[in-house]
Design a protein around this ligand. Structure first.
Ligand SMILES: Cc1cc2nc3c(=O)[nH]c(=O)nc-3n(C[C@H](O)[C@H](O)[C@H](O)COP(=O)(O)OP(=O)(O)OC[C@H]3O[C@@H](n4cnc5c(N)ncnc54)[C@H](O)[C@@H]3O)c2cc1C
Length: 397
């Protein structure tokens, strides 16, 4: 059986490792558009921007590993089409046959047309090359404007401040990360950035971007324009699902896969940022996190080899901003209650989100021993003990 993987990212690198670990001896070809072997993206907005990590540390496996594993990785190569009937992918003029196909094409940053057409200095952050270009611009005294106070926008703000740049963040919501975390915890992040000197403008609606003598001028409704040496647009991503849609696979803001990561064609699977899974616990969900790309990549590999387990792992996410480290597990959307253990103001705490009679998500701030107890508590009933902050987390599961 030969396997083709489209997209040479984190999900792909982990799928390959799992295929070989499970004893698969058939051909494996990984086709990736970027000129690099698969790498981890989290360092791109953290250590790499800070200058404390080098690009080499981000690669999932060294080149020799792929050679040893007899995996044919074709970097700098775009897959232009999939022929489901013939079991072939198209690469420019050539093609590749497959018995099993894994789609792992990730996602692309959303663009704002007004920024793209302005001629002003504008960057997005997704690739290693984006990160290296951005790192060069984060110099002492540089003025950086960021549109979007999501995870990427805030991590860029943190790195830029630590490198001595002045930073303005423009966010249309009334708090950063409000939709994911809710007001109380989102406020912790707003305070964190303001304490570190970020000019955080909330409820700010950007109406235009202009170019003025090498600078970006960002116009804001009811506010002063922001003049910056660089504008970073960090307003989320869209899944790279065009290829799948054009092939006739079921797609709806991501490739629709069942609980076992199988797409609408029996020989095709999807994993990572691209995959909109019918999760056995959470229902339809597409997760744009590092941990999901790793574990779905491995899971898809096992299912391609005949495994029949559903993918049940809960979403997990981490961030590092200034001296704050945070890990989050579960899916707290639509929560109706929140329980905090510890001290939010000191940013030393754990938090549980409750919905109905269940714990649906947990998070810690700078309490690294808490993640396993949190993982164990997500999904359990919202008992009196869970709701009582004086009961230690470790006693709940
Ligand atoms: C800057 C940054 C920081 C992040 N930090 C965190 C973090 O702190 N914590 C966390 O949990 N998550 C983080 N993430 C998210 C995490 O990195 C992603 O969830 C993960 O990379 C998704 O992996 P993937 O394999 O699905 O896709 P990707 O890693 O995006 O790989 C997909 C690859 O497919 C290629 N491709 C697309 N179309 C084609 C085609 N037609 N032909 C060939 N190749 C194609 C793309 O070029 C890309 O290289 C971060 C992401 C970014 C960008």
């Amino acid at each position: 059986m030969n396997v083709v993987i489209i997209g040479a990212g984190l999900a792909a690198a982990n799928a390959v490792a799992e295929l070989r670990e499970q004893g698969h001896t058939g051909d494996i070809v990984v086709v990736g558009e970027e000129p690099h072997l698969p790498y981890e993206r989290p360092p791109l907005s953290k250590g790499l921007l800070l200058g404390s990590a080098e690009p080499d540390a981000a690669f999932v496996h060294p080149r020799e590993w792929y050679d040893e594993q007899q995996v044919d990785v074709r970097v700098g190569t775009v897959v232009t089409g999939i022929d489901l009937d013939r079991g072939r992918v198209r690469l420019g003029a050539g093609g590749l046959p497959y018995d099993r196909l894994l789609l792992a094409t990730g996602a692309t940053p959303r663009h704002l047309a007004m920024a793209d057409t302005s001629g002003a200095p504008v960057l997005h952050l997704r690739t290693l090359d984006d990160a290296l270009a951005l790192r060069d611009r984060l110099t002492e005294g540089a003025r950086i404007a960021i549109i979007g106070a999501g995870w990427i926008g805030l991590e860029v703000a943190s790195a830029a401040r630590q490198r001595g740049a002045s930073v303005t963040v423009l966010e249309s919501a009334s708090l950063p990360l409000q939709r994911v975390l809710g007001d109380e915890i989102a406020t912790v992040f707003a305070d964190l950035h303001r304490e570190h000197g970020v000019d955080l403008r909330l409820g700010a609606s950007v109406t235009g971007v202009e170019h003025d003598d090498g600078k970006a001028v960002v116009r804001v409704e009811d506010g002063e324009p922001v003049v910056a040496d660089l504008l970073v647009v960090a307003v989320g991503v869209t899944p790279n699902d065009r290829l799948a849609a054009d092939a006739g696979l079921a797609v709806d803001n991501g490739v629709l896969v069942d609980a076992r990561l199988r797409a609408s064609d029996p020989h095709v699977f999807a994993a990572g940022d691209l995959a909109d899974q019918n999760h056995p616990v959470l229902g339809r969900i597409r997760v744009e996190h590092w941990d999901t790309a790793i574990h779905q990549g491995r899971h898809a590999a096992r299912v391609m080899l005949g495994g029949d387990e559903p993918y049940t792992r809960l979403p997990y996410f981490f961030t590092d901003q200034y001296d704050l480290g945070m890990e989050y597990v579960g899916h707290g959307a639509g929560y109706d209650d929140l329980v905090v253990r510890g001290d939010l103001a000191a940013r030393q705490a754990s938090v549980l989100w409750l919905r109905g009679d269940r714990v649906v998500a947990g998070m810690h701030l700078n309490d690294w021993d808490a993640i396993e107890p949190l993982r164990a508590v997500v999904g359990v009933g919202a008992t009196d003990a869970v709701r009582d902050p004086s009961v230690p987390l470790a006693d709940l599961a």
